[in-house]
Write a protein that binds this ligand. Structure first.
Ligand code: TXA
Ligand code: MG
Length: 325
């Protein structure tokens, strides 16, 4: 998949302050040496991301938390033991040495130990922390394949490691452990229920004192085509009436059966939450590329296992609404 030589080259690029896109089990990351401010600036420039949006530092194992956080609460130990390496990010109080470019000027730092073998090989060979946001332009659909990364950045990213399609397909669960109570900042494959079981306490909802997680607010993950989410019957009705009016419509269905409308661009997504998440961003990209006037998405169930998918779709809809103006 990725050779030792490619890992060596990628490490050389990181050490020289360059950018390396690499696969993780969630989505592809756009990586830079987390200890090199000049390299970090390139991440923000490549993404078109405002500087007050903090970055996740990826490390090879939990032992390295001590290099980045000044306090490691017992809850972090419990979660690390159960879920790392894996699709979980924890927010801890930062160590004094961490760059403001990583923390967005906040008193906290986000840390994650990814499980993807290529990410692990890269982190072990590099030795330090790699700051990596999702490898997409700011506000856009995240990348789950190396081809997605190239279509986002072209030649501006000198090194792209191709580790195949990301397994989980949506970004890591983020839990804030910097305050008195654990707070869920971003839902993901690891659910609130799973976290609560290991922590032995309920997660609190974010409040005014919680660290800002700007990427988790409003518009995000947005295709360029306006996107609306609705239940199956309404989606079918609206699709056929729009097609009859001569509009070009794309639909992301889950349970709805494909109507006999040859003009309709139709994707039948997997019916289970994990399969749906795995394909989600690739499906949104395909629907966007179809060049339709509207994307209609069948609403996912309201159950806990669909929470993360629902979160991403709501933000995609909010972002697409903004793209209208
Ligand atoms: O699965 C993932 O987490 C992927 C892969 C590449 O690891 N990364 C990712 O990074 O999704 P990004 O930058 O697209 O999203 C990170 C989120 C943002 O919403 C950011 O605001 C939040 O984490 N974040 C980072 N540091 C934070 C901090 N100190 N406090 C609160 N939120 C933080
Ligand atoms: Mg992102």
């Amino acid at each position: 998949m990725v050779s030792d030589q490619e890992i060596k080259n990628a490490v050389a690029v990181l050490r020289a302050g360059g950018l390396v896109a690499f696969p993780t089990e969630t989505v592809y990351g756009l990586g830079a040496d987390a200890a090199n401010p000049e390299a970090l600036k390139k991440v923000f420039a490549a993404k078109g991301r405002p500087h007050d949006h903090p970055l996740i530092v990826h490390v090879a194992d939990a032992v390295q938390l001590a290099n980045w956080a000044r306090e490691i609460p017992p809850a972090a130990g419990k979660l690390a033991k159960k879920f790392w390496p894996g699709p979980l990010t924890v927010i801890l109080r930062r160590a004094a040495s961490v760059s403001d470019l990583v923390t967005g000027g906040q008193d906290t730092v986000a840390l994650r130990v990814p499980s993807h073998p290529v990410a692990q090989a890269l982190l072990r060979a590099f030795g330090g922390g790699i700051a990596a946001p999702s490898a997409n332009r700011f506000g856009r659909v995240s990348a789950t394949t190396a081809a997605h990364v190239r279509s986002e950045f072209g030649d501006t990213v000198e090194c792209v490691l191709d580790g195949g399609a990301a397994d989980v397909g949506i970004e890591s669960t983020i839990v804030d452990l910097s305050g008195p109570r654990p707070v869920l900042l971003r839902p993901g494959r690891i659910t609130a229920e799973q976290l609560e079981k290991v922590l032995g306490e309920a997660l609190a909802a974010p409040d005014a004192r919680s660290p800002r997680a700007p990427g988790t607010l409003a518009k995000h993950y947005a295709p360029q085509t306006p996107l609306m989410m609705m239940e199956a019957d309404l989606m079918l009705e609206l699709a056929s009436s729009l097609v009859r009016q001569g509009r070009r419509v794309a639909a992301l269905a889950r349970s709805a059966l494909q109507p006999l409308l040859p003009e309709l661009v139709w994707i039948a997504a997997p019916a289970d939450a994990e399969g749906y998440a795995h394909d989600l961003y690739a499906n949104l990209r395909k629907l966007d590329e179809a060049g339709c006037d509207t994307i209609l998405v069948e609403e996912p169930p309201l159950t806990a296992e669909w929470a993360a998918v629902r979160d991403r779709l709501l933000r995609a809809a909010a972002g697409a609404q903004e793209n209208l103006s």
